[in-house]
Write a protein that binds this ligand. Structure first.
Ligand code: FAD
Length: 496
């Protein structure tokens, strides 16, 4: 084992964040560090967080997780995107799929050619040029070695934690089932020296990873790091959630995000049940009204009692403070639209593994970690704000607020660039790429005034055959895919 100074790692909390961190540290650095995870059996996990995005493949590849074993263990289904219903206007819908749209060139993205085609009346809808988009609409799915993995999963969060726990224990993680009753700070530098447990034991460590959820037991309650509230941009602060039986024999390969009068609700199909939730802002919709409306709207029998969760959108001022790193809900929460929390968990884990301090002074590691997490979190925030702000809905006080609210300058600039010239871009390590911005901007009713002149340099007949051949290729490919449910049945059918 190495002798570097931070090799006793203590993880507080055993939700998705705790077990993802525990599984990764024990698997990837377990020979060099001692990993202890402490979780209180009587403090429940948040128990939601069942929709993921394709970046999860990076995490699973690092941990050498076998896809069909993971899917069987977690009752997972495939997810090719999100269908947004009633966001632009009531009774409208659009898809944000994870696939690539058409084919661009060095000067301009595909949308410029598509926009010209629209102007002359030869373009189909933008999603007709994307395999994953069409596969969503026809409930088909296939994956093959060598193909881009532009898909994610819907998974059972509780079973996912159990799956990762088994892996972590097999890799030598030390697990303690006790409540943390105190956090003891060093008198010299105010860093965390140890935590006290309900059985009177004390666990000391070099680095403490706070995975205690919204309460932020270490990062906030002990270190008072501070929280930046984004409620003025992201007003959601409550959710009512319940699991239901599956209503259909076939599961769709996408999440449904259905806007309502003061927020939205989701439906996530797993192999043996569905996850449901209604997200709302309690300034515009009372908890009682939310519970009643949610229950009335459930399309199948609840298998759990609806429960209410409260949260504050925003970010911890520093994700890494002193010798404590907040991962998961303890580091902040943007909100569940676009399912980015698990992604941020894995990003924190991978960055921490990369930047693990190798000498006493970790100031620069910490600064880089905080700067990168901040950058990524703010970019995701902008993408989510776009969904609320770029709406034509004015039918309720909530939607009028969203339409008229001030938005971050960074988002304002992106929207103006797209409206004026059709350009979208991905900045540095930002999560969402051009195709994501494009689908959501178009879906939310933004439409560029012009396009790049290179699209005009193609004769119209050539443009027609270019667009037509992409469309035909997409249709051909999707037609070969089996039905999503049939694919799962033969590839990764859950045992329970
Ligand atoms: C309404 C809603 C919907 C969401 N949907 C999605 C989604 O679709 N996709 C997505 O990626 N994310 C989603 N998320 C976020 C996702 O649920 C979380 O990122 C994920 O579950 C991680 O939570 P966590 O592990 O940080 O916290 P928690 O699940 O709250 O776990 C906290 C852990 O800390 C332990 N603990 C707390 N206090 C103590 C103590 N004193 N001593 C010992 N242990 C303690 C608890 O026992 C528990 O094990 C959603 C969140 C909400 C609120």
């Amino acid at each position: 084992m190495s002798t570097f100074p931070y090799r006793n790692i203590v993880i507080a909390g055993g939700g998705t964040a705790g077990w993802m961190t525990g599984a990764a540290f024990s698997k990837l650095l377990g020979k060099e560090v001692n990993v202890t995870l402490i979780e209180a059996d009587d403090i429940p996990t948040v128990g939601v967080g069942e929709a993921t995005i394709p970046s999860l493949h990076v995490f699973h590849d690092l941990l050498k997780i076998n896809e069909s074993e993971f899917m069987k263990a977690t009752g997972a289904t495939f997810k090719l995107g999100i269908q947004f219903e009633n966001w632009l206007e009531k009774n409208t819908s659009y898809l944000h799929s994870f696939g690539y749209l058409g084919k661009g060139c060095w000067a301009a993205g595909f949308q410029h050619f598509w926009l010209r085609g629209k102007r002359v009346g030869i373009s189909e809808e933008i999603g007709d040029y994307c395999v994953e988009h069409l596969a969503c609409r026809t409930s088909r799915f296939a994956t093959a070695p060598g193909q881009p993995r532009n898909y994610a999963y819907h998974l059972d969060a509780t079973k996912y934690a159990v799956f990762l726990k088994k892996m972590a224990l097999a890799n030598g993680l030390h697990h303690i089932s006790e409540k943390i009753t105190g956090v003891n700070l060093s008198k010299t530098d105010g860093a965390i020296a140890s935590v006290s447990l309900s059985d009177n034991r004390t666990v000391s460590g070099d680095l403490f990873i706070d995975c205690t959820g919204f309460r932020g037991l270490l990062i906030e309650q002990a270190l008072h790091t501070g929280y930046e509230d984004w409620g003025h941009w992201l007003p959601m602060n409550s959710a009512v959630v319940a699991q239901t039986a599956l209503s259909d024999t076939c599961t769709v390969p996408y999440t449904r995000a259905i806007a309502h009068d003061a927020g939205w609700r989701w439906k996530i199909p797993l192999q043996t049940r569905a996850g449901n939730g209604m997200v709302y802002c309690d300034k515009f919709f009372s908890d009682d009204d939310a519970k009643t409306t949610f229950t009335e709207m459930l399309s199948s029998t609840p298998v759990t009692t609806p429960r209410i969760l409260k949260f504050k959108t925003g970010t911890r001022r520093k994700h890494w403070n002193k010798n404590c790193i907040a991962i998961g809900l303890s580091s902040g929460f943007i909100e569940p639209l676009e399912s980015t929390s698990i992604h941020l968990i894995q990003q924190s884990i991978i960055r921490l593994l990369q930047l693990i301090p190798t000498s006493e002074n970790f100031t620069h590691n910490q600064a880089l970690f905080n700067q990168r997490m901040r950058f990524e979190t703010e970019n995701i925030r902008d993408f989510i704000v776009l969904h609320y702000h770029a709406t034509q809905r004015e039918d309720t006080e909530f939607w009028r607020y969203c339409k008229r609210m001030e938005i971050p300058d960074s988002l304002q600039r992106r929207m103006a660039l797209f409206n004026s010239s059709g350009h979208v871009y991905k900045q540095d390590e930002e999560l969402f790429g051009e195709d994501s911005w494009l689908q959501v901007m178009l879906g939310q009713g933004l439409y560029p005034d012009s396009y790049h002149p290179i699209a005009d340099s193609m004769p119209e007949s050539e443009l027609a055959s270019f667009l037509g051949s992409i469309h035909a290729h997409v249709k051909r490919q999707v037609n070969q895919f089996p039905h999503h449910t049939d694919f799962i049945d033969q590839y990764a059918k859950s045992e329970s």
